[in-house]
Ligand binder design. Sequence first.
Ligand code: F0G
Length: 916
Amino acid sequence: MSTSVPRPPAHAALVVRSLPTASAEERQRILEDVEYNVFAFPAGLLTCDFLSDSGTSAMTDVQWAALMRGDESYGRNWGYYCLLDAFRDIFERGNDRHHIIERVLAGKTDVEFYQTKLLMSSQGGFVNGGRYQLERPNFFILPQGRCAETLLFSTMSSMIGEGYGSHSEHGKPTMIISNGFFDTTGANAAVAGFQLQTFMQPGLTDPFPQQLIGKTNNFKGNLDLAATEAYLNENPGKISMILVTITNNWAAAQPVSMANIRGAAALAKRNSIPLFLDACRFAENAYFIQRYENGYGDKSIVDIVQEMFSYAEGFTISLKKDGLANMGGVLCFRDQGLFAQRYKGIGMLLKERQILCYGNDSYGGMSGRDLMAASAGLYQVTDKAYLCNRITQVQTFAQKLQANGIAVISPPGGHAVYLDMEHFFFGCNRKLEEFASVGFTLELIKKYGIRAAEAGPFGWAYDLKSPEERARIPNLVRFAVSRHVYSGEHIDYTVAAITDLYDRRHTVPNAIITRGKHMKLRHFSAGLKLVPVDQTITDTFFGEASRQIGHLSTAVGEDAAAREELTKALALATGQWGQRVVPKQVDTAGWVSSVSNDGSPIEYSVSIDQVTGKAELRFLTEAQPNKNSWKDLEEAALRLNRDIVARYPVSMKRFNIIKDLFIPENPSLLSHQNTKLAAWHSCAWSSNKGPQWKIYLDPSATGKDNALSTTREAFRRLGLDKGWHLVEGILGLDDHVIYFSLDLAADAVEARVKVYIAHGGADATSRSLVAEVARKHGSICPDSDGFEIQRFFAAMAGSDFGREDSLGSRRKSLISCFAFSGKTGERPVGTVHFPVDAYVQNDAEVKRRVESYLVGVRASAAARERYVTVLAAAQRRPLNQGRGIHAWVSLKQRAEGRRENTFYLCPEMLGLWDAL
Ligand code: F0G
């Protein structure tokens, strides 16, 4: 088969339901009516409902046929026998299936059939037959999974109270260990008096290479066997049960490997503890094992299921999941197994309680037709084509989100896609107790009629937990995919809707609880209210900048120690003015800094290596004057110099040699008209070198006409005449020296001298100017590649490139930077800067240009991801709301073809650039 033809579809829809056409305004009114509780929102007004995969399956035509054969007699209807037999077939018999349901469906149930099949005695497994089920009941039908849990845990607990269970502390329910308790499971065990220990294999949120999705799987749902073993050794006799949930719904629907189940069983056996399975999604788990676990590729789903359950002493199951049914649950345990021995006579007790609460043992709260549908469903759900289709749909859903930059727990699990909300709101300054993820789910309902469930700080009651417990609470939103219900069209709609909210994440409201904060499982019934986020900055310049630096240092991959160092440097650089509260807008009567395009006296930049994706973070600041005067400005700059010298191993030697050229002793020499700066300071951080300081000076300080001679003299004094000669040789009439900078590093070989040239005349989209700049670089920089420069400029100019009809002088110029150091020799390293903010409508457009440029130059996935993360860390608003977050983008060409792009990012503390 050609590889471009996808797998054939596994099913067709023969019954359809029209979806509602409610508007966002209408849904908003309904949200108010239901106190903003996601669970309380009427399903009939939704377009796509991803609240749960439980009981929401569309049944197959075979199940509907079975349903028609349902019998509602009170005692021992067909459904009862069919379900018992289906359990034996699926969980015990392997390939030796009896399929008695087929005879029932065909209506061929004579006395002989009853005697030889339905009433046949059998024992020793999960489903005793005939008289053994009467004498030693071990199979209990219930309305759903949680009823099985209540029945099991409450009965165990009361028996432990009477001395059963072989625990060291006589009479006390003790501990249950699990790879992950579903919320009702945990709650039911806790209510029965058990303590819970979750030992989930670490690494659930660790990244997983996208290219390996669908190829390998690391079974993130596993029980942490080492932790379990250590715990068992330390607490002998205190553990009542090991409960392995397959798939692990608590751990983002991740599968559990056969090796892990086997390991858990061995541990349990060694310690004489019964191993139970929470088997709600056993078939999906079996599919993962078949597809990804070594040694199981050739085994059938039937064989794998049989092996999985061979390790268990018993299990609970909700037939609403992998029973493909809308209702139903079962509890069963191995006849005469360890559990049965420990709790002698528990079968009869369970039966009494079952009858008390749920009715006769042959229906357990289920209608006869539901028993039939579930029986048929168990066969259908273990069909390989179905499972492949199902798991692939969830996987595709996850991959489409990832392709749009939205992080999901990866590799995707079985029944649901889980958004990583830490990543979603990264850089947005949301506190966990502000329940932004709930705000997201409510926005999704309102705007798009799509329902998902928060599985994070709200659902897990973060606000009520101890610090240790808090640290273990995930921050996820679950999109559980119903079986057989949605098509690719629904998935695409949902992916687009989530992407839209992701793009607007800064405006997604938070939520507060208005009622029911202390209720158990409060997400089902608490009342909430949306809280719009106030984007106004109320902090100081330093407070705000250190927050952004914090996000950015995370984005560039620095650790907490590096972040602290950089924050210290920031505190020094922002000094006294850093303690001022950020004003609502620029005070144009005061000194307006040109460091950033919104007038903030600070700018961030991040350079990214196109191959390695390694990044370096810097900030640039201008020491702010107390008063709007040159004298104050100069004083502030020099004071900062002194502060840096006092705290860091820098050298001012070279600065002192050239100082008078840029900051003349005699103020009458100053050209006040053009003064842009006295000095700017930047600090870069790299893990091997630590903080590196640099100072920027203004060659036009004593007048524009002097810029050239000032720079020439500075180079001469620093012994770089030859280097300057090269630069001067390429300058045309429209090229202007605009900045001069010095590394303050003590190491004279490392320390660079840089000169920045603005290429005026035409605007930055001019094809001929771009070619000219590329040529100039080629003529003096040994490592420059003219084609790469032109490709870079063309990509940054986007569709404007070569239009030549621009607004000319109103727009910003291209800039070149030439860097000299003891390492570069006489010839410089060249960097070209594109003033991207002046040539776009908004930052979303810049992002598109940068991304397509990075793809075009075959930058690594790491480099591309780094850029996206860095941008997310810096932005404080939706990208399409305006322009200016990206101020400049540059390309530096180093030896051996190494290329780096640097992104100059505006903090936007004082609002949008265009508003200035
Ligand atoms: N165990 C697991 C692993 C579950 O996922 C669920 C239900 C239950 C037990 C309880 O079964 O609903 O039939 O009483 N999970 C649903 C969900 C509700 O949305 O994940 P139940």
